[in-house]
Design a protein around this ligand. Sequence first.
Ligand code: MG
Length: 456
Amino acid sequence: MVSPQGRLFGTNGVRFIPGVSADLEFVIKFAECIGTYFSEGEVLVGRDGRLSGEALTLALTSGLMSSGRDVAEAGLVPTPALQYATKTLGYRGGVMVTASHNPAEYNGLKVVGSDGVEINRLDEQKIEKIFRDDSLKRADWKNVGTSRAEPSVIKTYLNGVLSKVNARLIAGRKFSVVMDPGNGAQCLAAPYLLDMLGCKIITINSIIDGRFPARGPEPTPETLGDLSAAVRAVGADLGVAYDGDGDRAIFCDENGAIYWGDQSGSLLTDYLLERVTDATIVTPISSSQVVEVVAAKRGAKVIRTRVGSVDVSRTIIERGAFFGFEENGGCIYPAHIAVRDGGMATALMLECLAARGLSFSKIIANTLPRFFQAKTKVHVPPARVKEIMKTIEKQAGVRVEKVDGLKIWTDEKTWVLVRPSGTEPIIRIFAESETEEKVNSVFKKFVRLVKSASAS
Ligand code: MG
């Protein structure tokens, strides 16, 4: 069960398995705490396509109403659409029922402020304190909240994205795009966005299904074989895949090669930096050093954060940064909204392709220096995580960054990051270097260390 004494919020919102690690009673009470935290105004509520989503949304809505908040129900929408509409339509805040890319049995709650951005860590702690101290406020019979439908969320979102790109330039190229929303929430928005941008669209896995039967809710190079094959089969210019709630986008070139988000994010960084000087780019400690090379060329500064889009978003806002991204495919363009958005990333990528006038693979080859990466996750007993990390630290050598987990540099261009996940009992291991031999050697060494430390 979700422990009321410990942290409730993980890396990105509250996550649990309904009926196993939290029940509807928890959701109602937690929603009353969220409503108490918001203290006034109307809250926008939405959900992704997970099977437990409808039940959780009803519990969430009743909890918010019980605390006196009025609720506007967006229904099934991508997370970035809920966030953008919260900001643009003037809501006090928003709550999204989603577990993003986590397996189908999970679900969760993401709380956003009136700016549409996930609330910061201090505000998360305020809600947790209300929950722990049982200091939530329940409205009396005269002040119980109301609920109504908010049908314009997706339309508002699509218009917002379109307004931030050169739609005429993109439409002029008549791009052919294969899209794989992975049975997730972007099924309801992204195809229409590309249609409005004059693209010829071929979709796969484009029926909402909360079991995520096609490839699971997390888009990675390993799970996107069908996208890659479809792009080659139809001779498309671009392939794009989204995660379960549509805030992450992973791209594939015209040859079917899939790129991690730090490559596509670095490409967008290079493209977007053409229009500004002295810009700041924000990315977590886990993404490729390729962005430093690209940013240096364009006179921009890179700030590294803890892993998690909340940290990236909040740092972008605090530092007035121009753009941010994550290696998992999250792209944040604050001129639109300072949260990651798979639809905005797609529109920007199409604009980059249109402006450069070359194929995706050529643009990547012309823009990004080559680095080699390796990544995996090791399942570990939750109680042993701290001990394992201590063992790793003893092996770490001299140059270690502790922004999040341990980023261990073994030479100028070789690093390995060993980091416990915020949402699951796993330790993630990423490594990168300029040669395949170097990356393999450091990667294998630390995977072995984590496995033996977790078994001992
Ligand atoms: Mg997501």
